[in-house]
Design a binder for this molecule. Sequence first.
Ligand SMILES: Cc1ncc(COP(=O)(O)O)c(C=O)c1O
Length: 392
Amino acid sequence: MQRKTYAVINGEQIKENVKEIIQKYNDYEYYIGVVKNNAYHHGIRCILDMIEGGVNYLAVSSLEEALQIRKYNQEISILCLEPISIESIDDAINANITLTVESLSYLKNMLKSDLYASLKIHIAIDSGMNRLGFKSKNELNEAISLIKESKRIILEGIYTHFATSGIIDSKWDLQLQTFQKITEDIDLASIPIVHLGRSLTLVNHPKISFANGIRLGIIMYGFSQSQVLGKGFRSKLRSIKMKYLQKKNHCSTTTLQNDLKLKTAMSLYSEIISIRDVKEGDYVGYNTYRIKEDGYIATIPIGYADGVTKKFEKVYIKGDYCEIVSDSMDMIMVYSKKKKKVGDQVEIFGEHIPISQVCLNNKINAYHLFNQISNRVTRVHLSKNRKEEIIY
Ligand SMILES: Cc1ncc(COP(=O)(O)O)c(C=O)c1O
């Protein structure tokens, strides 16, 4: 690594998170690790930690992502959540990738193509998100009949995706009912894997009785989704209001808090590449920040091309929090009252600046933050005293 801007990924922590989740929610057969977009930008190497932690199926967006995983593991089942082009189905079969069938017309095209070997599929049901999946019971029933007649297509799973958090939220309940309505003619118990929920479903709702799989996404990367209710008068009031709304809107029971002990696994670092002293009244950078007090400007090789802007507000350098006063595509400038040195390590987030704080400053959630840290930033993966540099 020449440019010393890197994200440290603590693989052991990801493994511990997965273990903790599975230990606390142990009534599923299939724990499907959602590792799309390079494992939420933690680097696909993390799949080995997840598997050690207990994940026994993986899910990605595209065939390209699935094939990347095959470089690390040839055995684990991988579900592609987006439909792939019909021309690429042979590649999926070759690599033992499970495909999503999301409409009758897609299935018919699949059947028209000359499948040379067996292909595992999961059917996606659109229970209300209007993104992918069967919406019509009749079309679903026709699809099931066609699959039964086919010698090559194996129906391994059926799933849906909840659009909302489900916290005191009748839309979530409606999606569950819609799923049940669309699938009412089907014997769900005869399908090996039924998976409806994602991280929020796992912790906020009682287990859906007929589901034996759960898709774990953001939770594996350290977000327990536990709601902070607090103890004061306002928190009590909030809790009463929530109970009232739950009753009024006939929403199913929601668990707001859980005791999962999870930690984030990504930290972001860089180092000072240049330092200069500045006087009160001097201007800095494109946004021409005006210096309020004599001090120092440290230039750091990380910018919006890496996913970091002034909105991050501050960095941590050797015991001090320093304000980000200017940003650009490749560099930020920070102000320090104390002199710092070229080569000093700079923490963008990590031990001293938690990800939750960075999300608040940026007014984004953790999904967006992780995906914002671009592939240009080298991932340094740590596991069992091994350090591996991953460059995409
Ligand atoms: C179909 C599907 N399932 C599961 C997930 C994982 O969601 P979460 O990270 O909220 O657990 C995603 C994430 O985008 C998804 O698209």
